[in-house]
Structure formats: C-alpha cells, structure tokens
Design a protein around this ligand. Structure first.
Ligand code: GCU
Length: 345
C-alpha cells in the first residue's frame, strides 16, 4: 500500500513539475509572441494512430521549443480531404502539414515510386536505415521544394500491406475478378493488376462503405487500418501477401517553413527525428499487435499460408520497368544494400 501511495505521490510530483515547466515555457512565450501560429496538419486515419499521437506531441514540443510562438493541430479522419487532395493543399499552402502515403507522393515527384514498389524492402530495419540516412534520401526530401513548395520532413514507417477480402486468398488465381481498392497512383494500379485483381483506386475514407455495398471485394493495407477503420467487419480474410512495405511522408509547405524565424525553424527541424521515432516505434511495436488481436476478436481470419513467391514473381515486371533512370537506380541500389546488411543469417 505504502509503495503504491509513494508511486502515486511521485507521479503527482512529476505531473506538477511537468505543469510548471510547461507553463513557464508558455509564460516566456507570451512575452515573445501574443499567440502561437498553429500549423494545420492533415491526417486520414484516426486519433488513436501513433502518427497522430506523434503529431500532437510535435505540437506540444514545438510550442515549448519556440517559446510559445508555433504549434501544430492535427485534423484526423480525412476531415481536410483525401490524401490526393491534401497534397495539393500543402503545395498551395492552404494546409501547412500532412502525413501522406507513399503512392500519392508520386504525383509530386514520380521518382517516389522506388519506395512504393512491391517487395522492395526486406525488413523494418533495412527500411529505417534508408529512411533515416540523408546521404541516401536527403536530395529526394528537398526535390519538391522548387516546383511544388513541399518539403519532406521525414519518411516514416507505415506497416506492411496485405490483401484483405471476403474469402481467403493464397495465390494470384484467387484474386481473379476481385475488385481491390488501391491507393491513388499508377504504380499501385499496375501492381494489383499484376497480382491478378481488378484495380479500384480511391481515397481511404470511402473504402468501408464500398466494401459494404460490394463496389469493392477487398482492399490492401496494414493490420491497423484493417481493424481501426472497421474493414475487418466487412472483409474478414486478411491474407499475408506481404506485397508492400512503403513509407508515409511527413510533409510541410516549404514557404511556410522558410518564413519562420531561423531559430524557430531550426527548432522545428531539430524535433523531427524524435517525432518520427515516436511515430515509428508506436506503430511497429505496439499498434500492430493490438490491431491483430482486436480483429481476431471480431472474427477475422489471418491467412498465413500464402504463396508469396508467386505474387513476387507476378509483380517483377513492374519493378524492372520502374527503375528506369539514374536517380531511381541509385535509390534502389541503396535499398538493396540495406536489405543485404540486415538480412537474417
Ligand atoms: C495507410 C497509410 C496511409 C494511407 C492509407 C491508404 O494507412 O499509412 O498513408 O493513406 O494506408 O491506404 O490510403
């Protein structure tokens, strides 16, 4: 009992210290800025998602680091529009920041396709090694500033994507005639066609009702979307095709970033690695296992005996035809080197 009380008291003390530190930052802030500039961050999933939680944390830490001058407010559940719309809004500055799925980034820089190809990354470790190394991705992160006014702050983990449907899928023939939702890009359309299905690109917010009405037979995504967006209620077979491990991007309008006073801009950029880490680890270590358990409880079946080699062979032409310029080749080679480095012996 005593121990519990001591822990409680300790917790209280910490909370008080936290409040004092926070409010003294806010007081200093009041001296510097009358009220904070709030950046709008668009998000197409729920508030429970680790990327959203990391964005909330980003806002808090930015407020403290800029003495109350800047903060961030996340808008979840596609309230600011589909990602295909939002990326244009970030480009024109009407939305300041967003998390964006890899395929949608292809509309801004087609070379983004390299990271969106099926079976391109072998492991989380290899992917992280590439995403956090600016000698590999630095140029790409700045490649859209001049023409599109988009700065990539970070490439973050977005799970492994698998096909889910109303019946079990073990090989490409099982997908014949099935209408499968993909993200809005040519690479994703070609990929799912090569995997044997009929491609239906659409924004994420429409998928649930399309599955319900039969406009779709299935979709492909990570376990968290399968569960959190309740797709597991209407397409109960989650089949481990393991076809994609692609990034989400944390992006910002580059003019908005450039207009910040230098110290505040540096503070924002300095926070990015820790925010990306929060998003990645919350997703990889916690959110996925929780989602799998929740989906199982709702009666979903996870199909593990999938002929991954057959799917991989089917999509090889897309990989080959997409690595068709020196920029892509360099990125692709770096990915392969990281795969080799982290290969399980
Ligand atoms: C995942 C991914 C999102 C993407 C979504 C989709 O949730 O993290 O960035 O938009 O899938 O399939 O649309």
């Amino acid at each position: 009992m005593k121990i519990r009380n001591a822990i409680r008291a300790g917790g209280l003390a910490l909370a008080v210290i936290g409040t004092v530190a926070y409010s003294s930052g806010a007081l200093a802030a009041e001296a510097k800025c009358k009220k904070p500039t709030t950046f709008k961050l668009a998000f197409n999933q729920t508030e429970a998602h680790p990327q959203f939680k990391a964005a909330v944390e980003f806002g808090k830490r930015l407020l403290a680091a800029t003495s109350g001058c800047y903060t961030i407010k996340g808008y979840a559940n596609e309230t600011l529009g589909t990602q295909a719309a939002v990326v244009n809004n970030v480009a024109d500055g009407s939305v300041d920041m967003a998390y964006l799925g890899g395929p949608v980034m292809e509309s801004m820089n087609p070379d983004a396709i390299v990271f969106n190809l099926p079976y391109v990354f072998d492991s989380y470790e290899a992917q992280q090694a590439v995403f956090t190394d600016d000698s590999i991705v630095g140029e790409f992160k700045d490649s859209m500033i001049a023409n599109k006014h988009i700065k990539v702050l970070a490439l973050v983990y977005a799970g492994t994507r698998n096909v889910y449907t109303k019946k079990a899928v073990r090989n490409p023939a099982d997908l014949t005639g099935q209408k499968i939702r993909v993200q809005q890009s040519d690479s994703q359309v070609k990929m799912i066609q090569l995997m044997g299905a009929v491609a239906t690109p659409m924004g994420q917010g429409d998928v649930y009702s399309a599955l319900q009405t039969g406009t779709l037979d299935g979709a492909e995504n990570n376990e968290t979307v399968f569960d959190a967006l309740k797709h597991d209620e209407v397409a109960k077979f989650y089949n481990y095709t393991q076809h994609l491990m692609i990034p989400d991007y944390l992006i910002m309008n580059s003019d908005v970033l450039a207009k910040m006073p230098e110290a505040d801009r540096k503070a924002l950029l300095g926070l990015v690695p820790e925010i990306a880490k929060l998003a990645n680890e919350g997703f990889y270590k916690e959110y996925i296992p929780v989602s799998i358990e929740a989906a199982k409880k709702k009666g979903a079946t996870f199909v593990t005996d999938v002929d991954v080699a057959a799917f991989k062979a089917a999509v090889t032409p897309l990989v080959k035809e997409s690595i068709n310029n020196p920029v892509r080749q360099k990125l692709y080679d770096a990915v392969q080197a990281a795969n080799a480095k982290f290969a399980k012996k």
